[in-house]
Design a protein around this ligand. Structure first.
Ligand code: NDP
Length: 225
């Protein structure tokens, strides 16, 4: 049976990822920032095993990992933020930019490092990080530049992690979930979170060495960085 850990599982895409993984009879660990959020999460999803940490609190992430002596097959770095109100290259809220990098770029690596012992216990450990089409280097769009930069940077970090973990057969990749109806995506977005979650888990389930270091749409199609 597959064991998965999903960060930011208390709402949005993460909650739907957890719901779908449970429906597949997987063992599901889901993180939330506070105990109260974790309690609400498990009341929605009985069977889910809650972990409590803020992904930017690396000591708390390490403490959660050291309390978990089980193999993890899939780590899904999902937690993310859109960044500050003021995030233009000409008028930047720099502390908001730093927080965006802390959540979207640094935290996925910190979580991956902390849970690496668990991934090493699996015969087919995989690390997938939810990135965004807004990271794409092929165009010059400049709105929400802190968010775009944080996702472009996490792409590079995870591509490097893929290289470093390839000798251990731990496969690392990035997912573009499209535009999704959540608090972040808004009601006008293209896709329901439940549909996207199913697609992401299908990618995760079959994620192999030939995929490591690459960027995939939630539909399974490889996409350019
Ligand atoms: P939501 O805003 O709906 O949910 C974000 C989740 O991340 C929440 O569970 C939130 O927890 C958690 N989170 C945020 N900051 C932290 C933190 N410091 N520590 C722990 N958890 C945290 O967003 P979505 O579900 O839409 O987004 C999920 C992922 O998908 C993100 O990485 C996002 O960038 C990405 N994405 C989303 C798109 C969309 O259209 N929705 C498009 C492209 C990418 P809390 O409730 O405590 O805030």
């Amino acid at each position: 049976m597959t064991t998965i850990l999903i960060t930011g599982a208390n709402r949005g895409i993460g909650l739907e990822l957890a719901r779908h993984a449970l429906s597949l009879d997987w063992t599901v660990y889901g993180s939330a920032r506070t105990r109260a959020q974790a309690d609400r999460m498990t009341s929605h999803l009985p069977g889910l095993k809650p972990l409590v940490f803020d992904v930017t609190d690396h000591a708390a992430v390490r403490a959660a990992a050291s309390g978990l002596d089980v193999p993890i097959d899939i780590l899904l770095n999902n937690a993310g933020i859109i960044g500050p109100e003021r995030q233009s290259t000409l008028d930047m809220d720099f502390s908001g930019f730093a927080e965006t990098l802390a959540v979207n770029t640094l935290a996925p690596l910190a979580v991956a490092q902390a849970f690496l012992p668990n991934l090493r216990k699996s015969a087919k450990g995989r690390i997938l990080t939810v990135s965004s089409q807004m990271s794409w280097m092929g165009y010059g769009k400049s709105d929400r530049i802190a968010y775009r930069a944080s996702k472009a940077a996490v792409n590079k970090v995870m591509q490097g992690l893929a290289t470093d973990l390839e000798p251990e057969n731990i496969n690392v990749g990035l997912i573009d979930p499209g535009w999704v109806k959540t608090d972040m995506g808004g009601a006008e977005a293209d896709n329901d979170a439940s549909v996207v979650a199913k697609g992401i888990l299908a990618v995760a389930e079959t994620f192999a060495l030939t995929h490591t270091g690459k960027f995939f749409k939630w539909t399974g199609e490889e996409r350019p960085f």
